[in-house]
Ligand binder design. Structure first.
Ligand SMILES: N#Cc1c(-c2ccc3cc[nH]c3c2)n[nH]c1N
Length: 237
């Protein structure tokens, strides 16, 4: 997968040199380039913003540098992803869809945002996404989060792909609680079923815990979960 990130703060993305994302870049699974938007300015002050038409606080990012940047990095298979407070809430399904793309271009807005004409005239399809109902300083942190969600789904990045099948949100539910040694700690014991060696019983217990957790913590997800997939809860588990 090829990714181009455009930002006025390229140094924000040094975390993408680390850990499994850094390894994916090193092994060629991920071809990631970070660009400074000011590369595509044409004035001595390398200006990327100006005052908003219609008045109001703050500044708006000028269209010209973005248009020049897109012309430099876009290809026929590119998809433009723009983090924004007004974007579609980003979900695991969106991460999977983006992970299947050939080339992603991320536009990191700052100030009061990017001139709307940049998105309206982009030479590639556009996806505006939001991480949640709160406001960040800009799109950079959102891109780091999105890049982590995408990269871990790329084949070969996670040592054990099985991790992807039972984690929260992979199947629309929250995952069951996890435990490790010691069997008893701080007066609390690991649920006996997990130490039983009965894999069928363990699977049923985890399924039940996942459904119960989702129902109590994320009723929105539980309501959206197909009733026919819930099945009969095994109280004996
Ligand atoms: N994604 C996302 C965002 C943002 C965001 C994204 C871009 C810019 C550019 C200026 N301010 C921004 C805030 N705030 N909250 C979210 N969930």
């Amino acid at each position: 997968m090829r990714v181009d990130i455009i930002s006025i703060f390229p140094d924000y993305f040094s975390p993408l040199d680390l850990s499994l994302i850094g390894k994916a870049r090193g092994t060629g699974l991920l071809d990631l380039s970070v660009h400074d938007l000011r590369t595509w300015t044409s004035d001595v002050h390398r200006t990327v913003d100006d005052s908003p038409y219609g008045g109001g606080p703050g500044m708006v990012m000028r269209p010209e540098p973005w248009a020049a940047a897109f012309s430099a990095v876009a290809s026929p298979s590119s998809l433009l992803v723009v983090p924004s407070p007004v974007g579609k809430p980003f979900t695991q399904a969106d991460a999977a869809a983006l992970a299947a793309q050939e080339h992603l271009v991320f536009a990191c807005g700052r100030y009061e945002g990017i001139d709307q004409r940049v998105l309206d005239s982009a030479p590639m399809p556009v996806r505006e996404v939001s991480l949640g109902d709160y406001v960040l300083f800009g799109g950079e942190v959102a891109v780091i989060v999105i890049m982590e969600a995408i990269t871990r789904l790329l084949p070969g990045v996670l040592g054990n792909a099985d991790s992807l099948t039972e984690e929260s949100h992979s199947d629309g539910l929250l995952e069951a609680p996890v435990y490790t040694k010691p069997a008893s700690w701080d007066g609390l014991d690991v649920p006996e079923v997990l130490r039983s060696g009965d894999h069928g019983k363990i699977a049923r217990w985890r399924r039940e815990q996942s459904l119960l957790r989702t129902a109590t913590r994320r009723p929105d997800l539980f309501e959206a979960y197909p009733p026919e997939k819930i099945g009969k809860l095994d109280r004996a588990a």
